[in-house]
Design a binder for this molecule. Structure first.
Ligand code: ZN
Length: 162
């Protein structure tokens, strides 16, 4: 099974709002498995479906505590705040400091279509918040101040051409 291609800024799929998944079938399970494989291959700790060109609400995360696959994930509760530098496989060579909740409660469907509700903190909480942002078309550069954002966008487009 070949790994999936990672969409890179400024591909439009990255800034679109992804569609909810109505039914979890073997097709979705296969997508999640391929996303995990692609994430590990690229040494990422999270990947959202739009990052592989699929505008659907599915994410995978592994922040060192084992793989998590989620369909239609939402963050239902947040606590605390912590600043940390984040990168993104779709925005290579760019790091942005982002303040995120230190603790979250999240909800979604697993690969079997079963409802899961769990808590996460630290890096895992950060990774989940980052991936859920992707489903709403929100990228790490959107957290940078307007001047830095212009600079980062130019650099990304320039890197892509070279
Ligand atoms: Zn990302």
């Amino acid at each position: 099974m070949p790994p999936l291609q990672i969409a890179r800024f400024p591909e439009s799929v990255l800034t679109k709002k992804s569609k909810p998944i109505k039914l979890v079938t073997s097709h979705e399970r296969e997508l999640l498995d391929k996303m995990l494989e692609t994430m590990y291959l690229n040494q990422g700790i999270g990947l959202a479906a739009p990052q592989v060109g699929v505008s659907k609400r599915a994410i995978v995360v592994d922040a060192g505590e084992g793989p998590i696959s989620l369909i239609n994930p939402i963050v239902v509760q947040k606590r605390g705040q912590e600043a940390g530098k984040e990168g993104c496989l779709s925005l290579p060579e760019v790091m942005v400091e982002i303040k995120r909740a230190q603790w979250i409660k999240y909800r979604g469907l697993d690969g079997e279509g079963k409802l899961v509700e769990r808590e996460a903190e630290g890096l895992l909480a950060r990774a989940i918040q980052h991936e859920v942002d992707h489903l709403d078309g929100k990228l790490i550069i959107d957290y940078a101040n307007p001047i830095k954002r212009i600079f980062l966008k130019r650099r990304l487009i320039k890197n892509r051409r070279s």
